[in-house]
Design a protein around this ligand. Sequence first.
Ligand code: SF4
Length: 404
Amino acid sequence: MSEHSDYYSPSGAKTWLNCAGSAILNHGKRDSGNKYSTRGTMLHDFAERNAFDVPFDDIDYSGLNPDDARAVKTAIIQAINLQGWMGDVNDVEIHLELQVKAPDVPDCFGTIDIFIFNRAEKHLLIADYKFGSMYVEVKMNPQLLIYALGGCEYLESRHSGSGWEGIENITLAIIQPAVDDEKPMTFSLSKTELEAWEEEVFLPAVDDIEGLKRSFSQGEVIPLKVFNPGPDQCQWCRSKKDGTCPALQAEVDQAVEEMKLPAIPEVDSTDWVEVMNRVELVKQWAKAREEQMMELVTSGQAPQGFKAVRGRMGNRAWGDEEAADRWLKSQGLKEKERNVFKLKSPPQIEKLLTDLTPQKKANFEKLITRSEGKLSWAYEDDRREAVEVVDVNVAMADDDIDAL
Ligand code: SF4
């Protein structure tokens, strides 16, 4: 997915929709990229070239490492399944890498990875590949909603005057193999709901930013009140990354100031959402500063008082295993003294047992154990199911009663 907008980049919409000041502060800044974004772009291009244009069995994954090949193959399967779900290939209009523009905003362009329209059902699907491991929420995902606005505009201009009856339903889909390797994550909404979002969220945010653009060009300093620090919007903000956001800095200063207070928060009277939002912001700010320092010292620009150092050396390993084995053998070590034989892990074995019957598959599963995931905290609207945990005070009181 390539982006063409600076103020209104769809992929950065979570940031500028929630923090108007970010659009001004981030204007003209470029992401330097990293190994994760390079990998994402490479896999994305591979999926784009192969998903619909090459017969599935002819796709050549040989240039990819096994993990990347598995991820992109999963993505391609999910993309093909989505197309099947939208209807027979003769009944749908498919576009890959479709460049669209959101209506009424001059500078809001983006490229939709997969666009499928079923005219008979008046149903539009917008799908986006994500190859990172950090979960991306599909429900009311602002990037995909902007693509949907652009997709509707595209269809309306393309079909106007030809008995066009419009779109009724839209499905947004995120294909993210690292999060769900079975199916894409989807969210459906009506065209009316999309238009309500456009009126109530999208256009008011654009109006705010246009107002700031005018003020800013007149030389006004951007006031703190137009920023809105929060874990979601700051997460990928370039001004968090380069440390230039005054509002985030003020938020961190305030949080640090409050940390000096001796009072222990009262559990019941504390606004924990606010506390944890602030904790998250301070962590993000600290992580961004660490990354910035790392970039400086590893590019030969260490600030005064800092230097680049090397960590502990890696574990010792044989430079040439075969040569080492020959030499060890010549020293009289027997084969079982030179080698460790170990059963492969379930995922490694699973790749060898590709044709198991359901019964054998069930027997295979019975051999496997997994430790439970660690308990951690999450916001109430997190998509994962809540774990029932017994209140320790109630449990202790029950124990006291039993002891009577
Ligand atoms: S760091 Fe946060 S508060 Fe600052 S501009 Fe970015 S999104 Fe807004």
